[in-house]
Ligand binder design. Structure first.
Ligand code: PLP
Length: 424
């Protein structure tokens, strides 16, 4: 039995769903891309690059104006002074990932933060040196763990272990993850998993993984590239050692947007932790005495290296204001309903041509991955020709993201009509 009724397979039915959606008005806050001819696009690529909040331009322009007006004095006298500018993001990031404010920081980009975290939390020994990662890991994550293993003199072939799905499966059975962790036992130095696999859309049970990892003495880190702004998280309670995320996908901070990092308070305030150091991680009260000895901040900010890019932080600030207003609780509820509506319509209209490979609600976020049974690239091209933006991963996966902050039930309905046409 579906939660949707037959009359909801219509424009009128979709509009009624929009009327019942308490987040529907948030789409007014975004700029929707158009074709060269000025036609509307159906934008389902928020898992790749989120749309631009209208306020982003205003906030970035305000910083440009303050740069012109104040020059170097903008560090102190801009409307939002640049010296502590990253702190404007801290509370929002903490709410977003379920952390204390002291545990999060906006800095750098994702892969850079991943390396910085591994410098601190991957300290292999002759016995304990393995890193457990996802199957189908995003290539940058694989390059990062391989190079960290090599840096410590280990062969990635022996030290990097991938979670294995059962034969013929794309997703990993959650109970198999804990078993693999137990089997690796005291050879396991670090678990590094995404909380939503970029290719299958599968979410992993983070709390259980953190417990299982700590039970064998491993450190546990999460890559929230596809989770931040998508899934509800409680990193502090789950005792993750660290997490990193980017902000250009669900968080709509723009291309190359500034990333985030979480370091559990258990690891804060320690001077002897291995860490790459830079002046922005130094105690703020004495930073400008310019002394030769590094004196780390007692928060996650100790991992900052450089003074941060203000324009990127300004556009992130615009987006985080929207997340604070919408709240992750409400976004997650809408997202489940939106992706269920999409799944229901696709199965109803395109059953013979498409297979949904993403697990059911409860084990997924916003993104739905569908396998095209015939001519996948051709299908993708014809969707594009019909003004639909989704993305294609070789050989046959289409990734579709109804981002709940700005996608409507009517958008979803229209998308499935176009799928049906394209397949015909
Ligand atoms: C899972 C995952 N890891 C790493 C990256 C790389 O991110 P960046 O280029 O911001 O370092 C991405 C980017 O899409 C990703 O999805």
């Amino acid at each position: 039995m579906s939660e949707f009724s037959l009359q909801q397979d219509s424009v009128a039915g979709a509009r009624t769903l929009d009327q019942g959606d308490s987040l529907h008005q948030f789409r007014q806050e975004f700029v929707f891309p158009k074709t060269k001819a000025g036609e509307n696009l159906l934008y389902f690529a928020g898992h790749s690059l989120g749309l631009m909040p209208k306020k982003a331009k205003e906030y970035v322009n305000a910083e440009l104006d303050d740069w012109g007006r104040h020059g170097v004095e903008g560090h102190f006298h801009a409307k939002y002074p640049w010296l502590p500018y990253h702190e404007n993001i801290t509370e929002s990031f903490a709410r977003l990932v379920g952390a204390k404010a002291s545990e999060v920081v906006a800095m750098n980009t994702l892969t850079v933060n991943l390396h910085l975290m591994m410098v601190s939390f991957y300290q292999p020994t002759a016995k304990r040196f393995k890193i457990l990662i996802e199957n189908n890991t995003f290539p940058s994550d694989k390059y990062a763990v391989d190079s960290q293993a090599r840096l410590h003199g280990f062969d990635p072939k022996e030290s990097i272990v991938e979670l294995k799905p059962r034969p013929g499966q794309i997703t990993v059975a959650p109970e198999d993850i804990e078993e693999q962790i137990r089997n690796l036992g005291d050879s396991l130095a670090l678990i590094l998993l995404g909380n939503c696999n970029y290719l299958s859309g599968q979410c992993f049970p983070f709390e259980k993984i953190a417990k299982a990892g700590h039970a064998v003495g491993a450190k546990v880190g999460f890559n929230l590239a596809h989770g931040a702004g998508n899934l509800k998280m409680n990193l502090h309670e789950w005792s993750a050692d660290f997490a990193v995320w980017c902000s250009y996908k669900y968080l709509n901070a723009g291309p190359g947007g500034i990333a985030g990092a979480f370091i559990h308070e258990n690891h804060l305030g320690k001077k002897d932790i291995p860490r790459f150091e830079g002046w922005w991680g130094h105690d703020k009260t004495t930073r400008f005495k310019m002394g030769p000895q590094f004196d780390p901040l007692k928060t996650a900010e100790a991992w900052q290296l450089s003074n941060p890019p203000i324009f990127q932080l300004a556009s992130l600030r615009a987006s985080m204001e929207l997340f604070d207003r919408a709240t992750m609780e409400e976004l997650r509820k809408k997202s489940d309903r939106l992706s269920s509506y999409l799944e229901w319509l696709l199965k109803k209209k395109c059953q013979n041509s498409l297979e949904v490979v993403t697990p059911a609600v409860g084990s997924r976020g916003a993104m739905l991955c569908v396998k095209a049974k015939k001519n996948p690239r051709q299908l993708y091209e014809s969707l594009k020709a019909k003004n639909v933006i989704v993305d294609f991963r070789e050989p046959d996966i289409l990734r579709i993201c109804p981002a709940p902050l700005y996608i409507s039930f009517t958008d979803v309905f229209q998308l499935t009509e176009i799928f049906q046409e394209a397949l015909a």
